[in-house]
Design a protein around this ligand. Sequence first.
Ligand code: NDP
Ligand code: MG
Length: 382
Amino acid sequence: MSKTVTVLGSTGSIGTQALEVIEMQGYEVKALTASVRVDEIEKQIRKFKPDYAALVDEKAAQELKIRVADTDTKVLSGLQGVCKCASLGADYVLNSIVGMAGLEPTLSAIDAGSEIALANKETLVAGGQLVMKRAKEKGINILPVDSEHSAIFQSMQGCRDKNEIKKLILTASGGPFFGKKRDELANVTVKEALNHPNWSMGAKITIDSATMMNKGLELIEAVWLFSMDPKDIEIVVHRQSVVHSLVEYCDNSVIAQLGVPDMRIPIQYALTYPNRIPSPVSELSLTDYGTLTFDKPDYETFGLINICRKAINDGGLYPACANAANEEANLAFRQGRINFLQIEELVAQAVADAPKVEDYKLDDVLEMYDRARGYVKEKIKG
Ligand code: NDP
Ligand code: MG
């Protein structure tokens, strides 16, 4: 019998690539969800014939219900509808929702016993403790889709004793502003920040790559996924995005995963693990690249990495706060309400203002999310 997959955030950059992989492998789609984009999800419903679909936006969901009334797909709405789609017990739930909005659906999918293919990194940054604990209790895997984490996961296959792992090395492309200093970044435009050298991605993560917040989020994601101490995770700038990340073992052997920058490789591996199957992605020609480069990150210019490192070291809800403040500041920059350097300033201020919380439940994470976004909104209003 073919595998069943639910795709959360199916209309986005990862969601559409996931559907390409799913189509190629002939998997069955159980449910699809998005936020507001009716035209895109309608096309996907007609093609993949899921049992359920959900849109967060109530009006858009009403419109979709009318449009697909001739199909067998049931249309749901709101966060509740997305959580229902996540909880249908598909073999896999691939979560490619953007932002902390993905947290509750991830928990619903874990409770239903589905394997989780996780692109939605904000879920682990904000609620890592909750997600990993619940996954362990349920005995399900959180399979990384993020390319760096997939690379680390792949480089760990064959490792029989986790104590043999000394260090993880996360590679970073450096984004469009690599080599620039702070004073050159004050007036960069949204268009310039959206111009990523190697990857075509959704707007939020593309800005996170330009500020390098993305690498800070990925550092925290790696801490949770691989139970690593943050001090044992190094970040290296690698402009070509060919070496997707590396694992250093106790004998100083370093194992890496390489490939052309194409998210269909990690998406497919998450859905076929522990097996490998042929992929339409191009072969890697090392001689076409010729040179691969590695540089130290410029932490003075891209301070958000250190803010994230401190947040995960301080623990509790500091990572959730940094993530939420960044979601608000990233949006404000895209809307032209603040300049590029203010993103970092606002995240730093929100984290400095946040209370220390040792242990937390879902409600505490959601409360911190509202608090940090509210804090940034107020600061912007002045
Ligand atoms: P996109 O913006 O392209 O897509 C986001 C998807 O989530 C869309 O389907 C969107 O629906 C839906 N969505 C938006 N807001 C909400 C909400 N509040 N509740 C539920 N669904 C919502 O993002 P990406 O595909 O680029 O990224 C998705 C996730 O994957 C992010 O966490 C990102 O960090 C991570 N990731 C992405 C990579 C990439 O190459 N793009 C690489 C590695 C990780 P609609 O279309 O209707 O707005
Ligand atoms: Mg990544």
